[in-house]
Write a protein that binds this ligand. Structure first.
Ligand code: SF4
Length: 277
């Protein structure tokens, strides 16, 4: 029997819980792209009449939902052109980052968004900066951009790690023409809390199990914390993944999860690990 300890904070974050509440109230409804980055949740939503469409052209109904990660303003315009009602589930914390990008761009700041430029949330924030913004996780990539702009604002994808954000800001190759640099930490407090809990728990266990969607940025960052600490970890999406845990010797296992992993899935994972002999 394994000794298992899970982090205190697990289950949906407030932003995901809010988005799911809105969608369930509006069901049946189509969402543009995945409502949240978790395959288990996507399956459950489908069963409740909440159907994902990959393109706006595929939407059949009279309304469409915007995901918790948000969308760029251009997408809102396209939806309005089609006269569809918008059910907006953008998380308010993502909305804050979008608003800041828009405000800084309006004041002629160059806006640098620290994060994965291909990620939906980053695309949404970047869209709010119009042609005043770039997104990157590599400071040297911002060199050209910095050489053209006297006022710079730096924001973060909400799921990043604070230390990597501040290291990024400090390593920006600043040009002599720079007059002002404002860095605003837009990382989600719930994400930070989960990261801190993982950082504590890894000190007490031999193996960490991180539960969440492979495409979930905040879950990936929990795994990175284990990786950076040299802690053995397994990244699984659901309870059946536990069977792949490996050797049956007695050891202590820590369990943590991303913000879009349902609490029941974490409970199932914990039970499965306990039952391993
Ligand atoms: S992780 Fe934070 S920013 Fe992302 S949806 Fe949840 S509450 Fe919102």
């Amino acid at each position: 029997m394994k000794e298992v300890e899970r982090v205190k904070t697990y289950g949906f974050c407030t932003g995901v819980a809010r988005a799911l509440r809105i969608l369930e109230k509006e069901a049946p409804i189509e969402t543009l792209h995945d409502a949240v980055h978790n395959p288990e949740v996507a399956k459950r939503l489908k069963g409740k009449g909440i159907v994902k469409q990959d393109n706006l052209s595929e939407v059949q109904g009279k309304a469409v939902a915007i995901r918790a990660h948000g969308e760029p303003p251009e997408v809102y315009k396209q939806i309005e052109k089609r006269n569809l009602r918008i059910v907006d589930t953008t998380c308010p914390i993502v909305g804050r980052a979008q608003k800041l990008a828009h405000e800084f761009a309006n004041q002629n700041f160059g806006v640098i968004i620290f994060g994965d430029k291909k990620h939906a949330e980053v695309q949404g924030i970047l869209g709010n900066a119009g042609d005043h913004g770039i997104a990157t996780s590599c400071a040297s990539e911002a060199k050209d951009f910095l050489s053209h702009t006297s006022h710079i604002a730096c924001l973060s994808q909400t799921t990043q790690r604070p230390n990597t954000f501040w290291s990024f800001v400090l390593s920006l190759p600043l040009a002599p023409s720079l007059k002002e640099l404002q860095a605003v930490n837009t990382i989600c407090p719930e994400v930070i809390r989960r990261q801190e809990e993982v950082a504590h728990l890894i000190l007490k266990v031999e193996l960490m199990v991180i539960v969440g969607g492979r495409n979930s940025a905040n879950t990936q960052n929990l795994a990175r914390i284990c990786l950076d600490a040299g802690k053995a970890f397994q990244f699984i999406e659901n309870a059946p993944g536990v069977s792949k845990l490996g050797p049956s010797s007695n050891f202590r296992v820590g369990v943590a999860s991303g913000t879009s992993t349902p609490s029941e899935v974490v409970d199932e994972v914990v039970e499965r690990i306990r039952c391993l002999v």
